[in-house]
Design a protein around this ligand. Structure first.
Ligand code: PBG
Length: 336
C-alpha cells in the first residue's frame, strides 16, 4: 500500500507518538567522559588546578586534585565511566613515564578509585604522551629512517597496562595500533593476576585529522612524520573489520571505532562482524567543530550533540566516549 492509504506522518503527529515508535535511545549509562590529568602544575589558572585547552572549549587539563573533583561531578550526573589521559612531568625516548607506578595516570587512577569506588576508570594505554618524539611506540635505530618498532613496543605496552591494572583501573584501552598488542596485554595481565580486567581495544583507529585538538591537549603530536605507518587509512572499511576480528581473537572484550562521526559505516560493520560491545570515540575534532559552530551561533549545541550521539547509537555503538558527556547527561535527564 502506498499513498494515500499509507501516510508516514501519522506516527509523527505528537511527541508521545514519536516516542512510542522511536528506534534508538541514548542513555547516560552508555557514556564515557575522557579526562586529561597533568603532572605539571596547570598554569594560566582561572580555577585552581585547571588549565583550559584552547582548542577544546569547556575541557581543561586537570591537576590530580582537580581530576578527582571532575570525576565526582561526572559520577553525580550519572556518568558511569571516565577515561584517563596523562601528561607526565618528563618525557623520554622510550616513554618510561607510561608504566611508572608513580606516573600521573597511575596516581590519578588510585585517587579516583579511592574517592569514587563505583565509578569505572578506563585508562588509555599508549606511549605517545610519554615519548620525547611523540610516536606511539619505540623508534628503530639503524640506517633506515626511524620508524616505530612493533614488537619492541609490545612489551612496553603490556607493562603499561599491568601498571594501570595494579593502580586499580577497571578497563585498559590500548590505542597504539601495534600488531599483536591485545594478545600481549592479555597475557601480561593474566600473568600478573589481572585476569578479570577487561580490554577495550581501539581496534579500528584511523589516521585522522580529527585528533588535532587532542594532540594540543595531551601534547602528543609526533615530532616528525605522521602516524600513518600504524593507524588505519580512512578509506578502508574491510580492513577495519579485519583489525577488529584479530583483536577479538587476541582476547579483546570490547572493540572501538575511532573517530566516530564520519565512520558510522565502520561502526555498523564492526558491530555486525564481532558481536562484541562496540565503543565509538566521538573525538576531539568532532567536539571542537560543534563547540566552534555553537559559539558562532551557527548551530544549536544541545540539539546537535544529542543528534550526533543518537546517530552513533543508530550506527551500532553500545558505548560512546565523548567530551560532551557532562552536558549530554544533563540534557538527557531533562528530556525524560
Ligand atoms: C593516543 C590517543 C589519541 C587519541 C586518543 N588516544 C591521539 C592520537 O592517536 O594521535 C585521540 C583522541 C581525540 O582526538 O579525542 N594515541
Amino acid at each position: 500500500m502506498a499513498f494515500p492509504q499509507t501516510r508516514m506522518r501519522r506516527l509523527r503527529a505528537s511527541p508521545s507518538l514519536r516516542g512510542l515508535v522511536r528506534e534508538t535511545d541514548v542513555r547516560c549509562g552508555q557514556l564515557v567522559l575522557p579526562l586529561f590529568v597533568t603532572a605539571l602544575e596547570p598554569s594560566g589558572v582561572q580555577r585552581a588546578g585547571r588549565e583550559p585547552i584552547a582548542t577544546m572549549p569547556g575541557v581543561d587539563r586537570l591537576s590530580l586534585t582537580a581530576v578527582v573533583a571532575e570525576a565526582q561531578q561526572a559520577a553525580a550526573l550519572g556518568i558511569p565511566a571516565v577515561m584517563l589521559f596523562g601528561l607526565p612531568a618528563e618525557k623520554d625516548e622510550h616513554g618510561s613515564g607510561a608504566w611508572d607506578q608513580a606516573g600521573i595516570v597511575q596516581l590519578a587512577t588510585r585517587a579516583i578509585k579511592q574517592a569514587l569506588p563505583e565509578l569505572l576508570v578506563i585508562t588509555d594505554v599508549c606511549l605517545c604522551e610519554y615519548t620525547s618524539h611523540g610516536h606511539c611506540g619505540v623508534l628503530s635505530t639503524g640506517p633506515r629512517p626511524p620508524h616505530v618498532e612493533n614488537d619492541a613496543t609490545l612489551e612496553l605496552l603490556a607493562q603499561t597496562a599491568v601498571s594501570h591494572a595494579r593502580a586499580g583501573a577497571d578497563i585498559v584501552a590500548p590505542s597504539d595500533m601495534m600488531d599483536g598488542r591485545v594478545g600481549a596485554i592479555r597475557e601480561a595481565l593474566d600473568g600478573e593476576g589481572f585476569s578479570e580486567t577487561p580490554i577495550l581495544a581501539y581496534s579500528a583507529k584511523f589516521a585522522s585529522a580529527f585528533y588535532g585538538p587532542f594532540r594540543d591537549a595531551a601534547d602528543s603530536a609526533p615530532a616528525f612524520g605522521d602516524r600513518r605507518g600504524y593507524q588505519m587509512d580512512p578509506a578502508n572499511r574491510q580492513e577495519a573489520v579485519r583489525e577488529a576480528l584479530l583483536d577479538v581473537r587476541e582476547g579483546a572484550d570490547m572493540v572501538m571505532v575511532k573517530p566516530a562521526l564520519a565512520y558510522g559505516d565502520v561502526i555498523r560493520a564492526v558491530k555486525r562482524a564481532t558481536h562484541l560491545p562496540v565503543a565509538a570515540y566521538n573525538v576531539s575534532g568532532e567536539y571542537a567543530m560543534v563547540k566552534a559552530a555553537a559559539a558562532a551561533g551557527y548551530l544549536d549545541e544541545r540539539a546537535t550533540v544529542l543528534e550526533i550521539l543518537t546517530s552513533l547509537r543508530r550506527a551500532g555503538a553500545d558505548t560512546i566516549i565523548t567530551y560532551h558527556a557532562k552536558d549530554a547527561a544533563t540534557w538527557l535527564a531533562e528530556q525524560i
